[in-house]
Design a protein around this ligand. Structure first.
Ligand code: GGG
Length: 327
């Protein structure tokens, strides 16, 4: 059965790392059909729309989507694309790989980030020349849905015993209170062990001793920020993949953005996008191929060639070719 993959490069280094991941996927000789879609800053400049309806429909109808990055139009591209695939959770593994100069080499975390609401739910207003407001939306249903996924995630794996619930319910009593109650309530019903950590304290403790955490369940913005913080612990944003999972569809993207400082130079680290492609393969049932890709990436991270952000001098093409060679 052919799987149709929507491919949306977006802006900046998205246009360099997505072709790298496609090269890896094509080298596996699987029954995958790639269909390109356009989105991002350049498309908005040309057409007035950052995410044309046909790209939204492409992602909604495909078996899975691989997305690069969006810059100024991130809110107009990423959030609707997550909506197109009905995603309710963003999985962001943050793992230190052997051979990479990591601040905390013992880090091995998985963030499960609520993916539909919080402060990313889009209710922003300019009320006057002096005042802008943002409504923070938290529902019991979305919190419980995330919790049910988190329970399945830890129960389906031998590697995880439970999860940490990160929130700031001592200050945002109603919104994060609702989030905490929803998540912990489901975990308690399911008999899954949880501990609670205030998100500011988590930021400190994960830097000092990341080994005390494993699976981390958090609201939308906290998950975005804290996973980027974890990227700093493992060697940089060029290393973190992610999966936006829905009930019947999914979208895979590197955690990083467009990196305008290096865009166009051909030196971007393709690791995060290639590992996102590995997550896509696993999602489609190609678990052996997914593991092969991760092993090849691990081998290149350990032995080189590596891109400049990892202390090497390889360009994107050289690092990608080395990964393909090891498959
Ligand atoms: N590769 C995804 C990307 O473009 N990230 C930049 C960004 O602003 N992300 C916000 C988010 O993940 O919610």
């Amino acid at each position: 059965m052919t799987h149709q993959i929507a491919v949306i490069e977006g802006d900046g280094i998205g246009q360099e790392v997505i072709p790298a991941a496609i090269e890896v996927l094509e080298s596996l000789d699987l029954d995958l059909e790639f269909v390109d879609g356009e989105a991002g800053d350049a498309v908005k400049a040309d057409t007035g729309e950052a995410l044309p309806q046909e790209t939204y429909d492409l992602a909604a109808d495909a078996d899975a989507t691989l997305f690069g990055a969006a810059g100024e139009t991130a809110a107009d591209v990423i959030l609707p694309l997550r909506d197109a695939v009905d995603s309710f959770v963003n999985i962001r593994p943050a793992k230190a790989y052997p051979g990479v100069d990591a601040v905390r080499p013992e880090t091995d975390l998985v963030f499960l980030r609520e993916n539909t609401e919080g402060v990313y739910s889009g209710h922003e207003d300019d009320l006057s020349d002096d005042l802008s407001t943002l409504t923070r939306v938290v529902t019991t249903s979305a919190s419980e849905k995330l919790a049910a996924f988190a329970c399945d995630y830890v129960e389906d794996s031998d590697d995880h015993d439970g999860f940490s619930v990160v929130h700031k319910a001592n200050v945002m009593r109603k919104t994060d209170g609702r989030f905490r109650d929803g998540v912990v309530g489901v975990a308690d019903e399911r008999g899954v062990e949880t501990d609670e950590v205030l998100m500011d304290a988590f930021a400190t403790h994960v830097c000092l001793d990341p080994e005390q955490f494993d699976v981390v369940v958090c609201p939308n913005l906290a998950g975005d920020v804290l996973s980027d913080l974890a990227a700093g612990l493992v060697g940089g944003l060029g290393l973190l993949p992610s999966a936006n999972i829905g009930d019947d569809n999914a979208l895979f993207e590197p955690v990083h953005g467009t990196a305008p400082d290096i865009a166009g130079e051909g030196i971007a680290n393709p690791t995060a996008t290639i590992l996102s492609a590995a997550m896509l393969l696993d999602h489609l049932g190609y678990s052996e191929e997914s593991q092969r890709v991760e092993t090849a990436v691990e081998s290149v991270l350990a032995e080189g060639p590596r891109t400049g952000d990892l202390g090497g001098n390889a360009d994107t093409d050289e690092m990608t070719a080395a990964i393909v060679d090891r498959l």
